[in-house]
Design a protein around this ligand. Structure first.
Ligand code: ADP
Ligand code: MG
Length: 630
């Protein structure tokens, strides 16, 4: 009995004991493909890089179904000899390096000899190619890693690679693919990165017969940037360059008036290859320190040229990251180049953001005078509260000042909220006795520097950031309406077309329903244009294009699979931020009062949605201490 049990367990052990086996070459390639080929965009990247390495002057990319149905890359490079076609799709076969030493002076985009084999193992791949030396070209087809015979075919000098049904034999991978629009977004990003690095090459990208990009080549770098990233951005760029030893840094950085809420517009190119480098991105942020608000990222297109042996490009499967021999020196070079440039550039004159206006330099001399008068009056003790000064003619409507703030400012004024209490005193501030705390009624308050509100709080003094508070209020109101499903969307008589980047267009269409809940109704319009057909009534006086761009930027900067609730929340923040009064906006006393009515909102999280403090509170105790009263 005992023996038999032992025997059974040994048997079981034997039957589950794994055996070491050599993997079949096709499985090896599939595993390798797992690293390099994550999605259609990875195929596009590898194929374009091969075309560039082949010296092509023109590269045309066509994709269907976001790239999972078809990817075709046609180049006019030097082509592949018929006798080498089979090798081209074999793994670890490359014409670009021959020895280990070569690894440290790679001057081509590829060198691992893995891409075509990897792609071929997870798709149906066809290559047609001809070199100038042979009259006739040749064709090879590989299906799921199994290659056909090489057969002759006609065609111009150059190479055409077609990849169909990506991941057809790896269903799990296929399941990970996202919507057509999202995949197309990734494809255009991969395409743009290479196209941005190589303005000498003519590039085009089509999706389902629709032209996404047609970038003539050769063209100037700035022209290429304008064609890819848009003219307004290109117009705001500042040229920078420096040489340190063998390292040449050159390129464009954006004026601080142009920034993003994500760092994806920081393009770094090393010897013509797009790379990502945390340390250099950090140097970039350092250079902009103090020029951008927290949470904003600079935009840059920077090219580094250095001898190939100064960098190891063989540290990352897709070669996105590299290792510099002297990373520290590079960091300093980038930082000091930008700093020097910023010191010699007049950055202030071109800043368009109202956030950066000098509030004391009011444009309207009349306003400036009245501001000074307020200070004088206050100093003379003539008014108890600056905020309480009823401005003649502006408070004749009983409902005007005291109700909760409406979401819109019509013609730059607050729209009076309906249903406010007419018994409340006008002006939003009634002086009153400080000792009557606690209270939530009118507070004694004033606006300073057109951006802060100084208010008496229950037990001290509050300094409130007017933008942060208003943003918070709008956010709460908007959220309540969205959750209740009552965002009034107003149909536009003439739907407004808005031009977007390919990635933005993809995101807009993918999240159509979500945008609809915010009251933004959009329709596809062909190309990267969408039609805004309906718009939240409460945002009526904001430019739909502006709001849409802001919301999409938020969508695109989200993680891979943002939780829908978080996403909605982010969008609400974005809309609230756009709609809120800005620093630099002069507020009427009524507006100050109305804002303060909702100030309980900042007691709670103390922060505006972006994480900046909305209010600083000095308790009376602390003030007493500081003034050495106690
Ligand atoms: P790698 O680019 O790392 O060498 P690939 O698998 O991408 O590896 O390509 C294998 C080889 O096939 C290349 O080294 C090159 O000789 C050849 N090849 C691939 N694509 C092209 C192309 N578009 N034009 C000319 N030759 C090509
Ligand atoms: Mg390659």
């Amino acid at each position: 009995m005992h023996d038999r049990a032992k025997e059974a367990s040994t048997k079981r052990f034997r039957s589950t004991m794994p055996k070491i086996q050599r993997l079949s070459p096709s499985l090896v390639n599939q595993i390798a493909a797992g690293e390099v080929i994550e999605r259609p965009a990875s195929v596009v990247k590898e194929l374009i890089e091969n075309a560039v390495d082949a010296g092509a002057e023109r590269i045309d990319v066509a994709v269907e179904g976001g790239g999972s149905d078809l990817i075709r890359v046609v180049d006019n490079g030097r082509g592949i000899e018929p006798g080498e076609l089979e090798l081209a799709v074999a793994s670890h076969a490359t014409s670009k390096i021959a020895s280990a030493d070569d690894l440290f002076r790679v001057a081509t985009m590829g060198f691992r000899g893995e891409a075509l084999a990897s792609i071929a193992s997870v798709s149906r791949l066809v290559i047609r190619s001809r070199t100038a030396r042979s009259e006739l070209g040749a064709r090879i087809e590989v299906v799921g890693g199994k290659a056909s015979e090489v057969s002759p075919c006609g065609g111009p000098v150059g190479t055409t690679v077609e990849v169909r049904n990506l991941f057809f034999n790896t269903p799990v991978r296929r399941k990970f693919l996202r919507s057509v629009q999202t995949e197309l977004g990734h494809v255009s990003e991969a395409f743009s990165r290479i196209a941005l690095a190589l303005p000498r090459v003519h590039f085009s990208l089509r999706h389902n017969e629709r032209q996404v990009f047609d970038l003539p080549g050769p063209q100037g770098w700035l022209e290429r940037i304008a064609d890819v990233a848009g003219r307004p951005l290109a117009d705001s760029l500042i040229w920078v360059e420096s040489v340190d030893g063998d390292v040449c840094l050159s390129g464009y950085v954006a004026h601080p008036g142009q920034s993003r809420s994500h760092n994806r517009m920081q393009y770094l190119f090393l010897n013509g290859r797009h790379i990502r480098d945390r340390s250099l991105q950090h140097a970039l942020s350092e250079a902009y320190r103090g020029l951008l608000m927290t949470g904003r990222y600079p935009i840059a297109f920077l090219a580094l040229a250095m001898p190939p042996e100064m960098v190891d490009v063989n540290v990352h499967p897709t070669k996105l990251e590299v290792r510099f021999r002297d990373a520290g020196r590079l960091y300093s070079q980038l930082l000091s180049t930008l700093r020097k440039q910023f010191l010699s550039t007049d950055l202030t004159t071109r800043v368009e953001s109202p956030d950066d206006e000098d509030p004391t330099q009011a444009h309207d001399p009349h306003q400036a005078a009245s501001f000074r008068q307020q200070v004088v009056d206050w100093a003379k003790g003539e008014v108890e509260s600056w905020g309480a000064r009823p401005a003649a003619g502006t408070v004749d409507s009983p409902s005007a000042p005291s109700g909760s703030l409406e979401l819109t400012r019509l013609d730059g004024r607050w729209a009076p909220a309906a249903g406010s209490d007419p018994d409340e005193p006008p002006g939003g501030a009634a002086g009153g006795d400080a000792s009557s705390a606690p209270r939530r009624g009118p507070a004694r308050a004033m606006q300073v520097h057109n951006r802060y509100i100084v208010a008496e709080s229950d037990d001290g003094v509050m300094l409130i950031d007017q933008h942060a508070l208003h943003e918070r209020i709008l956010y709460e109101q908007l959220r309540a309406r969205v959750l209740a499903g009552v965002v009034e969307s107003q149909s536009l008589l003439v739907p407004e077309p808005v031009d977007l980047s390919p990635a933005e267009a993809a995101a807009a269409l993918e999240h159509r329903e979500l945008l609809g809940r915010l009251g933004v109704k959009i329709e596809p319009f062909g190309g990267d244009t969408v039609l805004v057909a309906g718009y939240p009534a409460m945002l009526a006086n904001l430019d739909p294009a502006d709001v849409l761009h802001g919301v999409l930027e938020q969508l695109l900067s989200g993680g891979k699979l943002p939780d829908r609730r978080d996403l909605l929340d982010d969008l609400l923040h974005t809309v609230a931020c756009k709609a809120a009064v800005k620093a630099g906006d002069r507020l009427t006393p009524e507006e100050v009062g109305a804002l303060l009515e909702q100030r309980h909102l900042i007691d709670d999280p103390h922060h505006c949605p972006h994480g900046r403090p909305a209010a600083l509170i000095f308790s009376r105790e602390e003030l007493d201490k500081r003034f050495r009263r106690v």
